[in-house]
Design a protein around this ligand. Structure first.
Ligand code: TA6
Length: 289
């Protein structure tokens, strides 16, 4: 459906539609925040609060091409995380590289706005509801369209905008075991996680995380539900140079904190027939004096 058709069907009450690099996108404007969600990929692009630096980070070198993922915002990684399984292609699943549909949009009961995007796969369907008020709530509902259990890997792969990656502290993971995929070794997190090298750690954690950012005088609180894996990633110098859709110096201003079900460190996700599964990430900003 084109932008005019989407406006006619869902526009109003803070909901509008616009072109974002050739794809239709939903803009949610309310008294709390301004949020942009691309229908391509079901990809949250922006979450802006007044008097606050952008919460989400987008690469200045992102691709915006059919069949390619966008770099930044919140890629929806599903139905696999990381390298593609036998017979499939592309890292982090297929749904971030395809058009979704808008199935609902309007005023959220809890205040602000919501949009629900729909994706139909071969043996699964997704209803992804993004709710924007003073918080950003990302709720991915997975339905199993078959009879047998549906096994998956996935994550809400959120890119956060930070003042200086070397000056932030990521709290909430003390004592948590992780797989460091850079050196392929297991470890236990000691205190807050600091970034002074390539970080690509899969934490066995169901808990909340905080990004303490003195430069932006804020703490980003990240809660999650339905997730046993928290992935923290910063590509640092060499990996940044190897990625064509990532600026060589962009690693200074971003960190990924991802809520997922990652089979490499856990059981992955299982969706029983007729029983919806929900993966949710909730983002809230606390301003410091
Ligand atoms: O965030 C964890 C990770 O799996 C990293 O290893 C890195 O590859 C990142 O995701 C980005 O993956 P992408 O396929 O989007 O380039």
């Amino acid at each position: 459906m084109n932008i005019d058709g989407l406006m006619e069907k869902f526009g109003g009450n803070g909901i509008s539609f616009e072109d974002y690099h050739g794809f239709p996108a939903v803009r949610m404007e309310n008294e709390f925040s301004s949020t942009l969600v691309s229908v391509y990929g079901g990809h949250v692009i922006e979450f802006k609060l007044p008097e606050c630096e952008d919460i989400l980070w987008m690469s200045g070198k992102s691709l915006f091409a059919n069949g390619s993922p966008m770099r930044g915002g919140v890629p929806v990684c599903f139905p696999w995380f990381g390298a593609a399984p036998e017979g499939k292609s592309g890292s982090h699943g297929c749904v971030r590289n395809a058009m979704w549909e808008v199935s609902a949009a309007g005023i959220a009961p809890e205040g602000g706005n919501f949009v629900t995007l729909y994706f139909k796969g071969e043996d699964f369907e997704l209803y992804y509801t993004v709710t924007a008020n003073y918080t950003l709530t990302l709720s991915l509902e997975v339905n199993n369209l078959g009879v047998a259990d549906f096994h998956f890997g996935g994550a809400l792969h959120t890119y956060f905008n930070v003042s200086d990656a070397e000056k932030i502290a990521i709290e909430g993971l003390h004592g948590v075991s992780f797989l460091d995929t850079v050196i392929n070794e297991n470890g236990i997190q000691d205190g807050a996680l600091k970034i002074d090298r390539e970080i690509d750690r899969m934490f066995r954690s169901c808990g909340s995380v905080r990004i303490v950012d003195p430069g932006y005088k804020r703490v980003i609180h990240i809660d999650k539900y339905g997730s046993d894996s928290t992935v923290v990633w910063n590509p640092w110098i060499d990996k940044s140079k190897r990625m064509p859709d990532f600026g060589d110096d962009e690693y200074h201003t971003m960190v990924c904190v991802e809520a997922g079900k990652v089979p490499r460190i856990g059981d992955g996700g299982v969706v029983h027939s007729g029983v919806p599964f929900e993966l949710r990430q909730v983002i809230r900003v606390e301003l410091l004096d």
